[in-house]
Design a protein around this ligand. Structure first.
Ligand code: PEP
Ligand code: MN
Length: 371
């Protein structure tokens, strides 16, 4: 695994609810008309679990000629949605013009799409356009399962001063995605969480599933894995949607889905707490191993010193002193003394081994030089 990162982030005020419930982002794949936007938003407004309204304004399409979004006019509709419903608004941005237009129209949250995250040039362009702007930005995983690319996008935005960051897991393109549209590769959630510590993660079951009937199981699994929220494409009339028709739900469908998911008990469920604790253990083990590495390096240097000064490798007094001192610290700290003694026996015997190797390497070098 590649090195983790040191992202400078702050408490999430908009991305997360601030309460115990997962964030729900809902709204159409694409803004299509003012009527479609307002009807969808008015229906969602009554659902207290939904806090953010999404809509694609510029649509990145795999093939040209498909519906490529309504463009800037859609931002006017979004503004009306915000004024009328009080919902926060979110759009996808992929270049400088998108960023400027979205900011001009008072969009609350931006997201970087999967086809943009794959390209560091595009991500950098978005980051540059956001230099000095205080706005939350969510980053979707790249289309291909490359976590370094995902992490790199967060870092580029962070270096431009964006501190309110979030991840969106929308699945990956793999050789066999069945039955999904994009394979969830669930283990990557854990992996990216360990790399981007403390960054909230929203699952986008719509783009993972690609079809309505899979939304429930995908959402449930994401929540079990500790996702901080869901982004679910919702359209007032999905069957006639101009993009992603088969995966969008109606506001009533969303209501049903969220009710089945039972968000409140999900938040309190055991597996999620267990996952938090496991993440903590992973971090502590990492630190422990780092310290052991540093210690073994010092043992090697001590070996050199003893060899140069013709001292014995094993020094009984020193070992006695170490045991007494470490056991005292153990008992002051509240650690079991037998446990600590066993650990230090092992550490000490490895340390002697390292020093023996230093002596042996020198002996071998000297004998090679003998005629
Ligand atoms: C979208 O959210 O509508 C979208 C285009 O998603 P993605 O970037 O995940 O494909
Ligand atoms: Mn979509």
């Amino acid at each position: 695994m590649n090195a983790s990162t040191s992202l400078q982030t702050v408490a999430k005020t908009k991305i997360l609810n601030g309460g115990p419930l997962p964030t729900v982002i809902a709204g159409p794949c694409s803004a299509e008309s003012e009527d479609q936007m307002l009807q969808t938003a008015r229906a969602l407004k009554n659902d207290h679990r939904v806090s953010i309204f999404r809509a694609g304004i510029w649509k990145p399409r795999t093939r040209p000629g498909l519906f490529e979004g309504v463009g800037t006019i859609g931002l006017e509709w979004l503004k009306t949605v915000k004024q009328e419903t009080g919902l926060l608004t979110a759009v996808e941005v992929a270049n400088t013009q998108h960023v400027e237009e979205a900011l001009k129209h008072g969009v609350d949250i931006l997201w970087v799409g999967a086809r943009t995250t794959v390209n560091p040039f595009s991500v950098q362009e978005v980051a540059d356009a956001l230099q000095g702007v205080d706005i939350p930005v969510l980053v979707k995983n790249p289309v291909n399962p490359d976590l370094q690319l995902w992490l790199g996008a967060l870092e580029r935005l962070n270096r431009a001063g964006i501190t309110d960051l979030g991840l969106i897991h929308r699945g990956f393109s793999t050789p066999n995605n069945k039955p999904y549209r994009n394979h969830p590769k669930w283990q990557t959630i854990q992996e990216i969480r360990n790399l981007a510590l403390g960054i909230p993660l929203i699952c986008d079951p719509s783009h993972i599933a690609g079809r309505r009937d899979l939304l429930e199981t995908v959402s449930q699994q994401a929540l079990h894995l500790g996702a901080d929220g869901l982004m679910i494409e919702t359209h007032i009339n999905p069957d006639v949607a101009l993009s992603d028709a088969s995966q969008q739900v109606t506001p009533a469908g969303l209501d049903k889905l969220l009710t089945v998911l039972d968000l409140e008990s999900e938040r309190l469920a055991q597996p999620e707490q267990l996952q938090d604790l496991r993440n903590l253990i992973d971090r502590l083990d990492n630190e422990l191993l780092n310290v052991l590495f540093l210690r073994s390096d010092v043992s090697k240097r001590i070996g050199e010193y003893k060899r140069l000064n013709s001292l014995d490798i094993y020094q009984a007094n020193r070992w006695q002193q170490i045991v007494e001192d470490r056991l005292k610290i153990a008992s002051d700290t509240g650690l079991d003394e037998d446990f600590v003694k066993a650990i230090f026996d092992t550490i000490h015997s490895f340390s002697l081994g390292i020093q023996n190797e230093v002596f042996a390497a020198q002996a071998a070098a000297t004998s090679e030089k003998q005629p």
